[in-house]
Design a protein. Structure first.
Length: 72
């Protein structure tokens, strides 16, 4: 699998969240989806975004931890 930068991943997750916020209200109105499900699924994507932001903010510490573990 190709490496994808955190920045690119964040851009994609932002695009996905925006799309869901546009599509899900229509699906709820058409009774193809419940509001609770729409909220849950958007919440999941927002949690993924939060995780990626955490990793981005702490990238140096994470890399240093991994290097130290490999070094023994």
């Amino acid at each position: 699998m190709a490496r994808v930068s955190i920045t690119s991943q964040l851009l994609e997750i932002d695009r996905e969240i925006k799309m869901r916020k546009q599509v899900y209200p229509r699906r709820v109105a058409e009774r193809k989806m419940r509001q609770a499900e729409a909220d849950l699924l958007i919440g999941h994507m927002e949690a993924v975004r939060d995780t990626l932001l955490f990793c981005q903010d702490h990238e140096a510490d994470i890399r240093a931890y991994i290097a130290a573990k490999k070094a023994g």
